[in-house]
Design a protein around this ligand. Sequence first.
Ligand SMILES: Nc1ncnc2c1ncn2[C@@H]1O[C@H](COP(=O)(O)OP(=O)(O)OP(=O)(O)O)[C@@H](O)[C@H]1O
Length: 274
Amino acid sequence: MLLSVENVSKVFGGNVAVDSVSFSIEKPAFVGIIGRSGAGKSTLLRMVNRLTDASSGAIRFEGRDVLSLGGSAKRAWQSDCAMIFQQFNLVPRMDVVSNVLHGTLNRHSAFATFFNLYPTADIHRAIDILDRLGIAEQAAKRAEALSGGQQQRVAIARALMQDPRIILADEPIASLDPMNAQVVMDALRRIHEEDGRMVVANLHTLDTARRYCDRVIGMRAGRIVFDGTPGQLTTGVARDIYGADASFSESATSTSIEALDANARAMMEEAELL
Ligand SMILES: Nc1ncnc2c1ncn2[C@@H]1O[C@H](COP(=O)(O)OP(=O)(O)OP(=O)(O)O)[C@@H](O)[C@H]1O
């Protein structure tokens, strides 16, 4: 068993954000977590990474309880499961390579980091990773000068600098247009396939989950209401996950260009604009 989440809950005040969630991942799969806003997806990922403390339950990686880790052991675990965020979380005014090198922060002294003194080998590695993601030519630019899709690839490069076993991606494409969303998802899928790293991604669109994931977990109001293959994720199941009524439209949760077009068309027809 690689990763196991056992009866994990998180309560904020009186609000149960994650309600006794259990699942396990046996091999380094590409797993998507879907559900409407507020379902508890972010909180769940943040508990795995130890950014948020769980209220109860256990999370084990290769049998080791990650919720009880402290100090350097906790930091080592956070290196093993790199997080990627919707808003990229780069340092905007800093150049791309330095942003990527920040991924090695845990390994260097505060002094070396403050003065941007990174070993040459790390700099070469950072550029190799950027090259692999198709953005090496952006290396010297400030992060803020890049497109959203490029910035998210810089964030992925920074994560890869940690050489993580798991990549936890919290809505990695929610801020991107469909074209950039595809580039970023393709990059994550390729990293998964070529390096054998586990990817667990919160996704807000069904079609992305169907297209990229080996397994999809559906959350509703803090609970897991679906856990299966993309093939088992029928429209009926999706309706249940999203808690939508009969007017539920798949294209409304889609990022694909065709589906968005179809959706816009339907809305315009409804408004009698066409
Ligand atoms: N730091 C916090 N303090 C209080 N309540 C919180 C906090 N973080 C999340 N919550 C609450 O926990 C619930 C689950 O939120 P969470 O962000 O995990 O959901 P989500 O499925 O990731 O949704 P979204 O896609 O909008 O981020 C929500 O009701 C939210 O308001």
